[in-house]
Ligand binder design. Structure first.
Ligand code: PIR
Ligand code: CA
Length: 314
């Protein structure tokens, strides 16, 4: 049985690939896409979700817009990575899929409460929608199968020395999500930095020859240029599909159990996901923490998904 997921995202180049992997993977049933402010403002991330679905031929998955700002802090965006549109690079036409009337938070609550307890939440942006859904309907915590999120790091950050972007944008939301008694898997930078899109990957995608493949190549090209400028990395890491891959094929992403807490008060360390890998704090583990990516198989899965969605008539 394919795993049912709601993908909560802020597209974003790697978010776009997460959408493609979720819909293109036979192991995933993508029941909804919810959007949040993060890489860009909510209006832009929502438009971008519709653009990606249009190019990928995803017409049967509801897209619901969520929160335009973090719970308590002002919004910070990542235009230096994703551009002014949030998805710079390709020329986008008019989106052909609508946005739902339902708010993302209400969609998450309704879908989870109407389910048989088989919905997995896959947040790959700031955790605002997820935290607000928990606050509005606390019973979702017991009903959700698990939360597999892209965010945080066992080590250093990418937005500050200590903090990863998705967590620092809304640390209060992240703290709520990590401290709730549902199964949480943290797919952090220590894992996603193993998913660099090198030239051999780009060539495999280009060789597919479909319009979607062409768009992905353009996305990776832009992402590579900003990542090189910002971090000096030769190959841009595609963070968000790693969380989807963990749900689709768990063996692709190895995990360990650990206690993780989100710092919300540090002067220099706010947004840090303090991860006790050696049990120094003597606290019971509250998360699975991703450690090792099986890179070859991950890219096989990603390329297969792009190929599957590129088939005409799908
Ligand atoms: C990536 C992101 C934000 C900032 C940078 N520097 C790089 C976005 C990605 O979409 C991903 O979800 C997460 N946030 C990685 O930090
Ligand atoms: Ca993202």
């Amino acid at each position: 049985m394919p795993r049912k997921i709601i993908l909560d995202c802020d597209p974003g180049h790697d978010d776009a690939l997460a959408i493609v992997l979720a819909q293109g993977s036979p192991e995933i049933d993508l029941v909804g896409i919810t959007t949040v402010a993060g890489n860009q403002t909510l209006d832009k991330t929502t438009l971008n979700a519709r653009r990606v679905c249009t190019v990928a031929g995803i017409t049967d998955v509801p897209i619901c817009a969520g929160c335009p700002a973090p719970l308590v802090r002002p919004l910070v965006t990542a235009a230096h990575i994703h551009g002014e549109s949030g998805l710079d690079g390709p020329q986008w036409g008019e989106p052909q899929v609508p946005v739902s009337d339902e708010h993302a938070v209400d969609f998450i609550i309704r879908t989870v409460m109407e389910s048989d307890g088989d919905i997995t939440l896959v947040p790959v942006g700031p955790l605002t929608n997820i935290a607000l859904a928990m606050r509005k309907e606390p019973r979702i915590v017991a009903k959700v199968r698990e939360v597999v999120l892209m965010g945080g790091s066992t080590a250093r950050g990418n937005h500050t020395p200590a903090a990863e972007f998705n967590i620092i944008v809304d640390p209060e939301a992240a703290a709520a999500v990590f401290s709730a008694p549902w199964p949480v898997t943290m797919v952090g930078l220590n894992l996603t930095h193993q998913a660099g899109a090198g030239p051999e990957v780009v060539e495999r995608v280009r060789a597919l020859g479909t319009p979607l493949a062409g768009t992905v190549v353009e996305l990776l090209h832009f992402f590579a240029s900003t990542y090189k400028a910002a971090e000096g990395r030769p190959h841009p890491p595609v963070h968000d599909p790693c969380a989807v891959a963990r749900v689709a094929r768990p063996e692709l992403v190895e995990v360990v159990d650990a206690f993780v807490v989100v710092e919300t008060k540090g002067e220099w360390t706010s947004g840090m996901t303090v991860t006790d890998l050696t049990g120094r704090l003597g606290k019971a583990p509250n998360a699975k923490v991703a450690t090792v990516l099986h890179r070859e198989e991950f890219w096989d899965e990603m390329v297969d998904a792009i190929a599957a969605l590129g088939q005409p008539g799908r």
